[in-house]
Ligand binder design. Structure first.
Ligand code: FEO
Length: 170
């Protein structure tokens, strides 16, 4: 059993994960538009991951016998200035999402809601990975600077990313 307040916050979190997916879709579209198909692939995988995160929360709310609430998902920002800007935005966004997860954990602890606290631990770990990955790619982009050949090599590397569905197994 979870509190009404927790159910409301978790439902809102589904919406934020869906927004994240939409946001990364915009980045994928931008990448394709400027000819970086590896970047586009990386962001497409990110889209899948965010849908996966939303699915995890959705399933948890249902397991707790609460109702799923649907909210509008606003249009994402869509005026990126460069490939590097994509990863600046990604890192900033992931830090924001980490803050949302921390707020949920704080609420779970306040309410002695051990089940939700435990459920959210997966997200804490995931956010560490999300931020680390975005940071690492951003560092590479800083090293690359204006070197087009290195940018194309990074594009090839990002083309290799594949989606692993963890919604049902963890
Ligand atoms: Fe679902 Fe990228 O945080």
């Amino acid at each position: 059993m979870i509190s009404e307040r927790m159910a409301e916050k978790l439902n809102y979190h589904i919406n934020r994960e869906l927004y994240s997916s939409y946001f990364y879709q915009a980045m994928s579209a931008y990448s394709t538009h400027i000819g970086l198909n590896g970047f586009a692939n990386w962001f497409n995988v990110q889209v899948q991951e965010e849908l996966n995160h939303a699915q995890k929360v959705y399933t948890y709310i249902q397991q707790q016998g609460e109702k799923i609430e649907f909210f509008s998902v606003e249009a994402p920002e869509n005026d990126f200035s460069s490939p590097k800007n994509l990863f600046e935005e990604t890192l900033e966004h992931e830090r924001f999402v980490t803050g949302l997860v921390y707020d949920l954990v704080k609420l779970a602890k306040e309410e002695s809601d051990f089940a939700t606290d435990n459920f959210l631990q997966w997200f804490i770990k995931e956010q560490v990975e999300e931020e680390a990955t975005a940071s690492e790619i951003l560092q590479k982009m800083n090293l690359i600077g204006d070197d087009k050949q290195s940018l194309l090599m990074l594009d090839q590397e990002l083309a290799k990313r594949v989606f692993v569905n963890t919604a049902l197994v963890e």
